[in-house]
Design a protein. Sequence first.
Length: 219
Amino acid sequence: MGHLFQLIVFDLDGTLVDSRRDIADAANALLVERGAAPLSEGTIGRMVGDGAAMLVARALEAAGLPATADALPRFIELYEERLLVHTRPYPEIPEVLAGLSARASLAVLTNKPIDATRRILAGLDLARYFPDHRVIGGDGPFPRKPDPTSLRHLAEAAGVPLDDTVLVGDSIIDWRTARNAEAAVCLASYGFGFAAFPIDQLRAGEWIVESPGDLLATL
């Protein structure tokens, strides 16, 4: 890449951790409670990235169920019961974070609620790499990704210019966030949000890694 970034900001689901099965199990529990058949894990995985409310709306629509006001809080209850059943860091992520933290500031920017985010980071022993003030969830004071405000805030708070900041994520949402903030982006093709990514639209300052271990060499 030829650029050692001072601030490396990570998405959570599909980038640092493989949470697809727990998310899918919670969404399917909601659907089954309402009399619908479960959806495949892959189908639900492709719905992730825009926050819990959008995930629930997409799952209900795919199952042919009406949207109701109680669906989102019920999903959150069901997911909190399963938060760390199957969710694990992707292979090599702890080693990658240890290596990168020696030469850059690290942060997390996710559309996941902040409480669940902190519980996952702590439960998987990843919180050590991310100070509380450098972890932003989707229910905080900033608009959700792809709005660039939260990414710009992280860079400003760290005292790092945006051209020395890179967002690592697995989805179109992360890509658009980085573009909107005028920061670099590194896309994790191993993540479950990458399937629909328009690779032909990449430009300078935008890269793809095929495995977590590649991040050490790339960043």
